[in-house]
Design a protein. Structure first.
Length: 108
C-alpha cells in the first residue's frame, strides 16, 4: 500500500497520515492525555527511545560533552551525535520544544 504524500517543502516524510497524527496530538489538552495517547500508540521501547532522545537534546543544548551525556542518559555516543546533528541541522523541532519548555519553566 502506497501512502499519499503531501507536497510541503523538500521532505516526503510529511504524509497525510502524519498530518492526521499531528492534528490528533494537538487536540490533547493535558500531560496525562498525551502520556495515555503515547502509551497506546507506542511500545515501551519506542517511548524509552524517544524519552532518551529528548533528555539527550536537553543536555546537548546545555553544552555538555557528548561522553558525559551518554553516561548520564544511557544513550550511545552514536545516539548523542545523531541528536546533536538534528538539533543543529534538522527541521527545528528540537529547538522549538527546547525554547518553549525553557519559557514555560521560567514563567512557572
Amino acid at each position: 500500500m502506497k501512502l499519499a504524500m503531501v507536497v510541503t517543502g523538500r521532505h516526503s516524510w510529511r504524509t497525510k497520515d502524519l498530518h492526521r497524527l499531528s492534528d490528533a496530538i494537538l487536540e490533547l489538552e493535558t500531560r496525562d492525555e498525551v502520556e495515555r495517547f503515547l502509551r497506546d500508540l507506542c511500545t515501551i521501547a519506542e517511548l524509552e527511545a524517544m524519552s532518551h532522545r529528548w533528555a539527550v537534546a536537553q543536555l546537548v543544548d546545555r553544552g555538555l560533552p557528548y561522553l558525559e551525556i551518554a553516561e548520564r542518559t544511557g544513550a550511545s555516543t552514536t545516539t548523542v551525535t545523531r541528536v546533536a546533528h538534528w538539533l543543529r541541522h534538522g527541521e527545528g523541532g528540537y529547538r522549538i520544544a527546547l525554547d518553549r519548555t525553557k519559557e514555560s519553566a521560567s514563567t512557572a
